[in-house]
Design a protein. Structure first.
Lengths: 388, 79
């Protein structure tokens, strides 16, 4: 970077710090809120939710064969199959959100239909494994489930609509072809891999089992026994690791886990600090007054859902940072509907990603896609807000 | 030997880059190594998912981090 540009950084920092309103009690409170939220995350979410989630993400990226999923993007595969697979393939193909755009560019360049390709493009960031896990843990199981289901359902709808709108051009495109690349041979039978993942998800689920009233006997019983159940699953997992996996595979797994953690945790903690500073925790305000939040995104009207969608589409969210931000917004008065709208439009799009998408599929298709995302997120928000 | 590492700059691509240089050092060969970070240019290779490793114009691997041994074998093939 040129020297004069580098100079801008200390200059900007100086100006900000020169005017920093440290004497203002609201400002002081907000700074505390930022750290308070960070402490809450460290205490409640890091050890038993994020750490297992990173291991699961690492496992997916190392042990699940991508080629088996990618072949469904071709025009030869039956429509029902290719759209269903495309809409959930994001979980498997794009564990790290940075790879969504390259994958989208790659499959489109190879001739995948615009329909399944955009279904993947939308669902990828939206049903990112880590994001769903953290959403369910922090924002509640209902919102986590709604996010996952909404992402899958609307990715199929968006894909189909894109295909319909551009069907004339689509017919001219060549078929889908997968180049010969020496990919991993499967070392383990599928059922072993499936059980291994089920065990990890089981550990995650039971260890985070929520408390509830005594009405649901089974639920409460499991809550009381959750550590024993969790420990049992961990023992099973250790046995699986020892008997089904080679040392080199385990090294790759832990390396992949570590790479994700290294990349995502600093950004998440930064996001938590900022979210806490701006929006505070429930019953504690941040810098932004709750009335503003309530007025812009409170309740469940068409306007608030649309605003949440639109703002989410433009804003850039680093992986997982949408969770503390939506948490802060909900605590400041955002409605459940607009919250879901933001979760569905936010991670999927951002101003920089719109520019890249445009360079891959052209302005017309990109604009259509963006509009569809905003509309679908708004509708999902309206529906969820009404029933939640 | 011409090597291209495809990736927008995430840690996984750095890991591939690191292993590539380790492999070159262990085999005691030199090569023209470049990173391709522009997504449009990456798409031209038609890989599905980054990181990607291209040697002498041939896509050797994509969407995952290859092991050091795999990379060394590919180098031996392409030398």
């Amino acid at each position: 970077m040129k020297d004069w540009k580098i100079f801008l950084i200390p200059a900007a920092v100086f100006l900000i710090v020169y005017w920093l309103p440290v004497e203002n009690s609201r400002f002081q409170g907000s700074v505390i809120e930022g750290f308070a939220l960070l402490k809450e995350y460290a205490r409640q979410h890091v050890l038993f939710c994020l750490v297992p989630a990173f291991f699961i993400a690492g496992a997916i990226s190392v042990f699940v064969s991508k080629a088996s999923v990618i072949k469904y993007f071709g025009a030869q595969a039956k429509k029902v199959l290719s759209y269903s697979v495309a809409s959930i393939s994001g979980t498997i193909l794009a564990v790290c959100s940075c790879t969504v755009l390259p994958i989208f560019a790659g499959i489109y360049a190879r001739g995948a239909g615009i329909g399944p390709a955009t279904a993947f493009l939308y669902s990828g960031p939206a049903i990112n494994v880590l994001a769903i896990i953290l959403t369910a843990k922090v924002l509640g199981f209902k919102l986590g489930l709604a996010r996952a289901l909404g992402a899958v359902a609307f990715s199929v709808i968006i894909g189909l609509l894109m295909h319909l709108v551009f069907s004339r051009e689509e017919r001219k495109r060549e078929g889908f072809n997968l180049a010969e690349v020496d990919q991993h041979k499967e070392i383990r039978p599928l059922w072993k891999t499936a059980l291994y993942f089920a065990t990890m998800v089981g550990i995650l689920g039971f260890v985070n089992w929520g408390k509830s009233g005594q009405e649901f006997k089974i639920w409460y019983f499991i809550y009381r026994a959750k550590w024993f159940i969790g420990a049992a699953f961990i023992i099973v997992l250790i046995w699986m690791i020892v008997s089904w996996f080679r040392k080199t595979e385990l090294k790759e797994w832990t390396l992949s886990t570590w790479i994700f953690a290294k990349q995502i945790l600093p950004l998440l903690f930064g996001g938590v600090l900022v979210a806490g500073f701006l929006l505070g925790r429930p019953n504690h305000e941040g810098i932004i007054p709750s009335q503003w939040v309530a007025r812009l995104v409170g309740g469940n009207s068409f306007a608030t859902n649309l605003f949440a969608s639109f703002a989410g589409a433009l804003m850039y969210f680093a992986t997982l940072t949408e969770v503390p931000i939506v948490q802060g917004l909900l605590g400041s008065g955002m409605g459940q509907g607009p919250a879901l709208a933001l979760l569905l439009a936010g991670p999927a799009l951002s101003l920089p990603s719109m520019i890249v998408i445009r360079s891959i599929i052209g302005t017309k298709k990109a604009l259509t896609y963006i509009c569809l995302v905003v509309i679908m997120a708004t509708i999902s928000g309206l529906i969820y807000g009404a029933i939640a | 030997m011409e090597i291209r590492i495809l990736g927008p700059g995430c840690p996984r691509c750095h890991e591939v880059e690191k292993r590539t240089f380790n492999a070159l050092a262990e085999l005691n060969v030199s090569a023209d190594v470049q990173k391709v970070t522009d997504i449009k240019r990456i798409a031209e290779y038609k890989i599905i998912g980054t990181p990607g490793l291209v040697i002498n114009g041939k896509v050797k691997c994509y969407g995952r981090i290859p092991s050091l041994d795999e990379i060394k074998n590919w180098f031996k093939e392409e030398l």
